[in-house]
Design a protein around this ligand. Structure first.
Ligand SMILES: [Fe+2]
Length: 219
């Protein structure tokens, strides 16, 4: 393939498939797609940028080969909120389905579909079968899934780094006492707290505090 490799961001027709991107190319493409889809949604865009930066700062919690994937998933985790992507109305599945259709790697799409304990909410919303299309155990448990949930659940809806308890309480406040989130909070809450605890434990290990640049677009 010809063309300037360093300038490749979101894949275009004739370019390398998104699923073939790795490392900095993958992160840059993810950041650019997130910007295209979310930059006009506020404060979703501010939250997304902060989650990507948080994931980059916490990338030492996952294996070196998984660090770019973690940061790319952080950029893309909320793209399902983009109105153009809305199908079932549950943003993790709408985002994951879109990425799969667009040729991004199945694991990246599954990380987006499962982020932050989406499986508990999907069950309450009767969307378990739709989520089953993203059946990859690494997106559900383990360091990668934990670190993505940690990044999302320690950043507020407006982009500030916050304690996980504050984040969980804010979600319940915003979604309301009868919401699907509230109805599965007894399951999702402990999962999120444990994912955060495990990630912070991994980051405290020797060599765990690697800080990567988020690789995102600059204003
Ligand atoms: Fe998020």
């Amino acid at each position: 393939m010809s063309g300037n490799h360093a300038l490749r961001t979101v894949p275009r027709p004739g370019d390398a498939p998104a699923g073939d991107l790795t490392g900095d190319d993958l992160v840059a493409a993810a950041a650019r797609l997130a910007r295209e889809l979310l930059q006009d949604l506020h404060p979703r865009w501010e939250h997304t940028r902060a989650v990507a930066a948080r994931a980059a700062a916490g990338a030492g919690a996952v294996a070196p080969d998984d660090r770019a994937l973690l940061v790319a998933a952080a950029w893309l985790h909320d793209v399902g909120y983009a109105p153009a992507l809305r199908v079932c109305g549950f943003h993790p599945i709408d985002g994951g389905d879109h990425l799969r259709r667009q040729g991004w790697s199945p694991l990246l799409a599954a990380l987006v579909a499962h982020h932050s304990g989406a499986r508990f909410v999907a069950r309450v919303r009767d969307l378990g079968a739709a989520l089953a299309a993203h059946d990859d155990p690494r997106a559900v448990q383990g360091p990668l899934a934990d670190a993505l949930t940690w990044a999302d659940q320690t950043v507020s809806a407006t982009g500030e780094v916050v304690d996980v308890e504050e984040r969980l309480a804010d979600v319940l406040r915003r979604h309301g006492p009868d919401s699907p989130n509230a109805r599965c909070h007894h399951l999702r809450g402990p999962y999120v707290r444990e994912a955060v605890r495990r990630t912070e434990e991994r980051l405290r290990r020797p060599g765990g505090s690697v800080v990567l640049p988020p690789g995102g677009p600059r204003d």
